[in-house]
Write a protein that binds this ligand. Structure first.
Ligand code: GAP
Length: 466
């Protein structure tokens, strides 16, 4: 059975086997930034494709969109990000390292609360003044043992300048979420497609946040990929609570069935009234049990008609929908399931990680649909041209349909161990018997069982299992 790994085990496997590298590694890295290696790129692509298929192409009530990272700056004023997309920041007064005040308090509570007989507080419920008072009252210090500054609001939005205009007008923001590109294109989608309420728009792409908390690997990065949906509906016709329940069931099913994650590592958590954003009437987080505790994987919020109304106000353009049956004009409401692809990625790595003590190996028990390679093809020996030629033929045929690996280096045992660590479900070996009877050995990643299968039945064998 897969075991709960430590973050160190995941980081080590991810680097060793080409899933994730620290960004600018040769220059000493860049805080909260990671590059995806050959295996990580394939795993990310598989997750993204599954999400797109499950939530967009397999549904008649959904369409996709790809909006820009740089948008008109008024987008972010209308959405509230320029004024209120902040984290509470404290600074170590000696070495000037910065931390999230809520994270510093959370860590302090985890270590001290029980010992001091204090109740575990929900830190999200504290406002910045309460955090300041808490830090002073409990004399909380920085991880390096120094005094901390008073918490200050720190904007998560990255600013940049565009070249074609001078002065203030050139300031633009790198998008802090993909959702706003959906709202600003709402009318375009209405006018150019045949959608009718209720319907949803999905947007998948890179967002940026100036995160200061380090040490959570790809869970919290400056640049990350979001997979967001805005599901528009008429509140007089649909019950938002029913819609919320259905979407929550679909998110759970995607995580457990499509990504193959164990149910016991997932839980729903409802935001408290104090924690919830002011525009949302109800918000839930789907938390996964990462090596550093239960943390948000995916959020779902009932944002009412707040965003479309804000864009109507700031742009002066109507965001109304006209009901084709009654001609009623109104601004639709939305339910927003908002996920992060890199958090899905880290979850699938953690959940699939298995130290198989009996066989002295590390295995990634990834769902075959997620595995970077679906099978690996080995000629028993690389200096036997007839074995290599036969294996190449198999590679060429299977690679028409699947991403398959080729490996002729070192012993078969070592090749198996490598493929186990990158999650390849099947290894196919061409040996001397192949030349005699046209069969190959297929070795199963999870059981290590080996069976012989005829070459002409290989494609069917994989099709039944992948
Ligand atoms: N439009 C709503 C929104 O953006 P959010 O909870 O701030 O909501 C949605 O973000 C999802 O994006 C989160 O559930 C998480 O999976 C992902 N996410 C947010 N910040 C992230 C970061 N710094 N690094 C990686 N993923 C992040």
């Amino acid at each position: 059975m897969p075991t709960q790994p430590t973050l160190e085990q995941i980081v080590s496997l991810a680097k060793r086997r080409g899933f994730v590298y620290p960004t600018s590694d040769i220059y000493g890295g860049l805080a909260n930034s990671y590059d995806y290696g050959p295996m990580g790129t394939e795993l990310l692509r598989n997750i993204r494709d599954l999400w797109w298929k499950y939530f967009i192409t397999a549904r008649p009530d959904m369409v996709g969109l790809q909006s820009q990272i740089l948008q008109h700056p008024r987008t972010w004023i209308a959405s509230g990000h320029v004024d209120a997309f902040n984290d509470p920041l404290v600074e170590d007064l000696v070495n000037h390292k910065r931390y999230r005040a809520d994270h510093i308090i959370e860590e302090w509570l985890e270590k001290k609360a029980e010992k001091l007989g204090l109740e575990m507080l929900i830190v999200e419920d504290m406002d910045i003044k309460e955090m300041a008072a808490f830090i002073v009252k409990h004399k909380i210090i920085s991880p390096d043992g120094n005094k901390l500054s008073e918490p200050k609001e720190f904007s998560l939005l990255f600013e940049t300048q565009i070249g074609s205009v001078a002065g203030d007008k050139s300031t633009v923001y790198m998008r802090g979420e993909t959702a706003q590109g959906i709202f600003t294109n709402f009318k375009n989608v209405l006018d150019s497609t045949r959608v009718q309420l209720p319907f949803g728009i999905g947007n998948l792409g890179t967002s940026f946040r100036n995160e200061v908390t380090t040490g959570q690997f790809v869970f919290r990065t400056l640049e990350f990929e979001q997979a967001e949906i805005e599901y528009f509906f008429d509140p007089e016709k649909e019950d938002w609570q029913d819609l919320m329940t259905t979407w929550k069931e679909q998110m759970w099913a995607f995580a457990t069935q499509e990504l193959g994650v164990s149910e016991e590592n997932l839980r729903w958590r409802q935001h408290t009234d104090k924690e919830r954003s002011f525009y949302s009437l109800d918000t839930w987080d789907l938390d996964y049990k990462y090596p550093f505790g239960h943390k948000e994987l995916w959020g779902i919020a009932y944002r009412t008609d707040y965003d479309l109304k804000q864009h109507q106000k700031f742009s002066g353009k109507s965001m109304e929908y006209t009901d084709p049956h009654t001609n009623k004009k109104f601004i639709p409401h939305v339910i927003e399931p908002a996920g992060g692809v890199s958090r899905f990625f880290l979850m699938t790595l953690c959940d699939a990680y298995w130290e198989d003590k009996e066989n002295n190996r590390t295995v990634l028990k990834l769902q075959p649909s997620l595995a970077p390679y679906k099978a690996a093809i080995f000629p028993l020996a690389k200096n036997k041209p007839e074995l290599v030629a036969q294996a190449k033929e198999i590679f060429e045929e299977l690679s028409q349909k699947y991403h398959v690996a080729w490996d002729e280096r070192s012993s078969i045992g070592k090749r198996y161990l490598y493929q186990d660590e990158i999650g390849t479900p099947y290894c196919i070996t061409v040996d001397y018997d192949t030349l005699e009877d046209g069969t190959v050995t297929i070795r199963d990643r999870d059981t290590t069982d080996q069976t012989r299968v005829k070459i002409e039945e290989l494609a069917q064998y994989l099709e039944q299992r992948i």
